[in-house]
Design a protein around this ligand. Structure first.
Ligand code: HIF
Length: 281
């Protein structure tokens, strides 16, 4: 068992489980980034509800929100880092039972981004978990707080302004779609955004601004593809080049990788901290 508070040991264990040849493009990194974001992205600044504190995605209705489809796998992959199946029989094999799920899920996203070549994300521990015995319905964010990929710029602003983000921060965050892919059985969409879905980069912005995106010809939901039908963009991704205020930042980040890494790290760190009680000094 690691020493309580040894977050570097947890990071190392997350990094060690990422490589998985039979999973998607061979890495658990992207789905762990999505878990960290969806755990946090329910935050509502006005009512100060939702967010990563509490790890409420373990409970209904958040666990069964269609927007979270597939994240049960991400949570299960992290389980052995906190509680191995036979931990009660073999206490010596427990790894980091002291860490809260809320800290584990967000730290795993941060560790994954770093392991995939991304920037160091500011991250602080201190999240606590709601207990399954005492959690109240009011503690769990309702469905519908996460974004709907079929919509446009207004919806994207509604969702991210609710959390307290600016247009520039929204575009910076969006660069995370350099990672991973869509799965028809989870979201209805299909395909990766970039040729290197396990590599954190500014490719998302480069591709958004250079590829001739066209509507995919299929029976599925409206999505956009490159002429070879290898890469994809969601309607909410296209909104970033169709809306002039967003597009300005897309072009900046396509040209300046360092500016993207710096602004992404700040915005993603802010996202993971929404709703986490912090004592002001
Ligand atoms: Fe995603 N996102 N996201 N997303 N997302 C998907 C997958 C990933 C939106 C929709 C989808 C962000 C914003 C938005 C990641 C990270 C981030 C999928 C595909 C959809 C539909 C799910 C599936 O089928 O498996 C929308 C509408 C967003 C608001 C505009 C964040 C900025 C980009 C906040 C963010 O960090 C990652 C990583 C994945 C890939 C998951 C995978 O399993 O590979």
């Amino acid at each position: 068992m690691s020493r309580s508070g040894d977050y570097d040991a947890v990071r190392a264990d997350v990094a060690a489980i990422l490589k998985k040849p039979d999973w998607d493009d061979g890495s658990l990194g992207p789905v762990l980034v999505r878990l960290a974001w969806h755990a946090s992205g329910t935050y509502d600044a006005k009512s100060r509800t939702g967010g990563s504190n509490g790890a409420t995605m373990r409970f209904k209705p958040e666990s069964t929100d269609g927007a979270n489809a597939g994240l049960e796998h991400a949570r299960a992959f992290l389980e052995p880092i906190k509680t191995p199946a036979r931990a009660c029989l073999e206490p010596s094999k427990t790894k980091h039972p002291w860490i809260s799920y809320a800290d584990l899920w967000t730290l795993a996203g941060v560790a994954s981004i770093e392991a995939m070549g991304g920037p160091k994300i500011p991250w602080k521990p201190g999240r606590t978990d709601k207990s399954p015995q005492t959690v109240k319905a009011a503690d769990i964010p309702p469905n519908g707080r996460l974004p709907d990929a079929s919509q446009g710029a207004k919806h994207v602003r509604d969702i991210f302004y609710r959390m307290g983000f600016s247009d520039q921060e929204i575009v910076a965050l969006s660069g995370a779609h350099a990672l991973g892919r869509c799965h028809t059985e989870r979201s209805g969409y299909t395909g990766p955004w970039t040729y290197t879905p396990n590599r954190f980069s500014n490719q998302y912005f480069v591709l958004l601004t250079t590829v001739q995106w066209q509507k995919k010809k299929w029976d599925g939901p409206e999505q956009y593809v490159d002429p070879d039908d290898e890469l994809m963009m969601l309607p909410t991704d296209m909104a970033l080049i169709w809306d002039p205020a967003f597009e300005k930042y897309v072009r900046i980040y396509a040209k300046d990788k360092d500016a993207f890494f710096r602004d992404f790290a700040a915005a993603f760190g802010k996202l993971l901290d929404l709703g986490v009680p912090r004592t002001k000094i």
